[in-house]
Design a protein around this ligand. Structure first.
Ligand code: PLP
Length: 395
């Protein structure tokens, strides 16, 4: 039996009832006149969430991983060089994908818990005077470590070197939950999925593509069929898809954009920031350390918490699941067994977060960690009460 509890994994997120209903629509002929009434508002909504007036948005029936693949296969050719930093499981996997496609990767290794090294990017780009680097890959929010990076800083590094490389940004666990500025940051392709900030089930790979990246498509020689942006663009121009679209999910996406905009994009970001601050206050009250190494790197969508040396963090995740029916995120890759993660994105409120914090306390106490029950909850309550009082004063 599935639990009635909210999940605290960093995606898929909890799904608002209105979005569950929006996805659950009767079968529709996707070649009928009703389909563009769903497709075009969904595309336009995503564009606004990306803070872009110039991006072309494409949506594939797939997941974020396909978004990575769409970015590289539509714009690059075998043997091209990309510049990327490896600071967590997701940047690692995108790099691995590049290798598998026959790209050369100029890789900068960074400790897991650190952000993207803007200075090292700047150095590499300045040294690349014959412009061998064709694309720079940046993971905005490393979901594995709870680290947000300075995407605008990487853009500045490109500009400072007058470097023409394309700029691809993985915003899978940031877009729709944390500020993301496609145009202002000069992003060429942004990648996300339906199951994070958009609060939907997994099943849509969502990308925004700049005019510069669109122009690169014709010369790109990496093979692609299902993910060929040219076919998708042609389809959209005829109010259709090059294959069968996930109409229910697209209807969910249209409704999700409406929901996000009804709350207000900046209010959504502020809510995520506040909830994250409460979670971090709880972690401090537990006397535990974050995986993220400094405050400017703290993610507002996921918090990765280091457990004491010799304690397998995976036990927290499995005990929470079996004893209390609550899902937290496990550590991945280099930090497997060393961290557990509290996801607090998408449909999340202060009150929901308090229940996750309280559950984590019960779990850690059960497992013999030196936790005072209620300490983290009280610290988070303080953050949330203060914010609510301030909001009430301002109203
Ligand atoms: N990038 C980041 C930052 C992610 O967090 C994830 C998934 O959690 C992915 C990429 C891969 O996305 P998907 O699992 O939707 O393929």
């Amino acid at each position: 039996m599935s639990s009635q509890n909210p999940v605290f994994i960093p995606g898929p997120t909890n799904i608002p009832e209105s979005l569950r209903r929006a996805c659950d629509i009767p079968t529709m002929d996707h070649r009928s006149a009703a389909f563009p009434e769903i497709l075009h508002p969904a595309l336009a909504g995503v564009k606004r969430v990306l803070k872009s007036t110039e991006a072309d948005v494409f949506i594939f029936p797939a997941t974020g991983t396909a978004g990575w693949e769409a970015a590289i296969t539509n714009t690059l050719s075998p043997g091209d060089t990309v510049l990327a930093a490896r600071n967590g499981m997701f940047s690692h996997k995108w790099i691995d994908m590049c290798h598998r496609h026959g790209l050369k990767v100029q890789q900068i290794d960074v400790a897991w818990g650190d952000g993207l090294p803007v200075d090292a990017f700047a150095e590499a780009l300045a040294a690349d005077t014959d412009f061998k680097i064709k694309a720079v890959l940046a993971t905005h929010n490393e979901t594995a470590t709870g680290v947000v990076s300075d995407v605008a800083g990487v853009r500045r590094a490109l500009d400072a070197a007058n470097h023409p490389a394309l700029f691809f940004v993985d915003g899978v666990s940031s877009i729709g939950s944390m500020n993301f500025e496609f145009d202002a940051w000069g992003v060429d392709i942004a990648v996300t999925g339906s199951q994070k900030g958009f609060m939907l089930p997994a099943g849509l790979a969502i990308i925004g593509v700049s005019p510069k990246a669109m122009a690169a498509i014709e010369g790109a020689e990496l093979p692609r069929t299902f993910l060929d942006i040219r076919d998708m663009k042609k389809g959209y121009e005829a109010n259709a898809y090059p294959y069968t679209p996930s109409v229910g999910l697209l209807n969910g996406l249209k409704t999700s954009c409406d929901m996000i905009e009804a709350e207000g994009l900046e209010n959504v970001f502020a809510r995520h920031a506040r909830i994250a601050e409460g979670v971090r206050a709880a972690v401090a009250a537990w006397g535990m350390e974050l995986c993220a190494t400094s405050p400017e790197l703290y993610s507002n969508t996921v918090t990765a918490i280091r457990t004491p040396d010799g304690f397998d963090a995976g036990r927290i995740v499995s005990h929470a699941s079996t004893r209390y029916g609550v899902a937290f995120g496990a550590g991945l890759g280099d930090v497997a067994g060393k961290v557990f993660r509290i996801g607090h994105l998408g449909m999340m409120t202060d009150v929901m977060a308090l229940s996750g914090i309280a559950t984590a306390e019960m779990v850690m106490a059960d497992l013999g960690l030196p936790i005072t029950l209620g300490a983290g909850v009280a610290a988070a309550q303080q953050v949330y009460r203060q914010a609510a009082a301030t909001a009430a004063m301002a109203a």
